[in-house]
Design a protein around this ligand. Structure first.
Ligand SMILES: NC(=O)c1ccc[n+]([C@@H]2O[C@H](COP(=O)([O-])OP(=O)(O)OC[C@H]3O[C@@H](n4cnc5c(N)ncnc54)[C@H](OP(=O)(O)O)[C@@H]3O)[C@@H](O)[C@H]2O)c1
Length: 297
């Protein structure tokens, strides 16, 4: 097998979920290196966890990289490039370097070029779910020339990896774009619900949103928002003035609401209403494509 020895850099939440998922593989030795193995005072709590998992513990990045066929980086987004750079100095041909960190597509491409200089292979993985909820079964996206084989290997152990393409950066783009929605809605909920609590309306407001969202498929709801935006962006932007004033009156900073208003003003400025000749579009794709053509940025 290609992955006889797997080395993981970063033994935090993701690193530990990976070692747990990989532990059922036959004939695979797993080694780990974490900065805490050398920085934390003895007795080292993280080393104790690794020992309980029967992992080989390395005390340097060099030893971890030189001693394994497949290297997985699960450190932090701030450290991801530094670790790739340091690892590349010790890598040899036919090794594979997998980066699991949440970084930009451009940084993934840069890592790919760096690893390719030493003739090793690079795989990018984007973790979509929260590891604390789903562990190693969290949905993941993978890209790279070796991604299919790696994804098949992980899926045979119960992981949930979808291979997108050979092109590095695609998985990261998916993750970044999805985050605009997921983290944006999360922040909108906070702005709305804190204001609702200040008005003693927490549950009624949540119920109103739940009723709206549960009343049909999300695709229908999203399409309605996008299609009606063409006709009503300016009116909605004007209405947001009152929302902003309401939040200020409640001594809140209308952070998300001001951003919403800015976006709506930009939508109105593209004058899609005229481009669609006052006829309501029928699908979200035509609206979005038209916005791209008219330089809505
Ligand atoms: N957890 C999730 O649900 C999730 C989901 C999607 C993506 N991710 C991504 O996955 C990566 C890992 O996340 P995590 O949640 O496992 O983070 P974590 O729990 O903070 O673990 C990261 C570990 O790596 C160590 N580390 C930092 N720099 C290092 C270096 N240069 N060399 C060796 N070890 C180093 C950290 O030590 P220190 O604590 O001392 O820095 C820590 O023990 C991140 O890039 C994150 O964006 C995580």
């Amino acid at each position: 097998m290609k992955y006889n020895r797997i080395g993981i850099i970063g033994y935090g939440e993701v690193g530990q979920a990976f070692t747990e998922g990989l532990s059922s593989s036959q004939g695979v030795d797993i080694a780990v290196f974490d900065i805490r193995f050398i920085s934390d005072t003895a007795p080292n709590a993280l080393e104790t966890v690794a020992q309980a998992q029967n992992l080989k513990i390395e005390h340097s990045l060099k030893a971890l990289v030189q001693g394994n066929d497949l290297i997985i980086s699960a450190v932090t987004c701030e450290e991801a490039w530094k670790v790739a750079e340091a690892s590349s100095r010790h890598m040899r041909k036919e090794q594979i370097y997998v980066d699991l960190n949440t970084v930009t597509p451009h940084l993934k491409e840069k890592m790919n070029r760096l690893i390719a200089q030493g003739s090793a292979e690079f795989i990018e993985v984007a973790i979509l779910g929260t590891i604390s909820s789903y562990g190693f079964k969290s949905p993941m996206l993978a890209c790279g020339k070796e991604a299919q084989e790696f994804g098949d290997f992980l899926n045979s152990l119960g992981f949930s990896v979808k291979v997108l393409s050979e092109k590095i950066g695609t998985a990261s783009y998916m993750k970044m774009l999805r985050s605009i929605f997921a983290k944006g809605v999360e922040s909108l909920l906070f702005e709305m619900l804190v204001a609702a609590e200040k008005c003693d309306l927490l549950e009624p407001v949540m119920d109103a949103i739940v009723n709206h969202m549960d009343n049909g498929s999300f695709l229908n709801i999203a399409e309605t928002w996008i299609i009606t935006n063409v006709m009503h962006a300016q009116r909605r932007a004007d209405e947001m003035d009152h929302v902003i004033q309401t939040l200020k009156h409640l001594n809140m900073q209308p952070v998300m609401s001001m951003a919403t208003q800015k976006r709506l003003v930009k939508c109105a400025a593209t004058n899609l209403k005229e481009q669609f000749k006052d006829i309501k579009p029928t699908d979200y794709q035509s609206v979005i494509k038209s916005m791209v053509e008219h330089d809505y940025s």
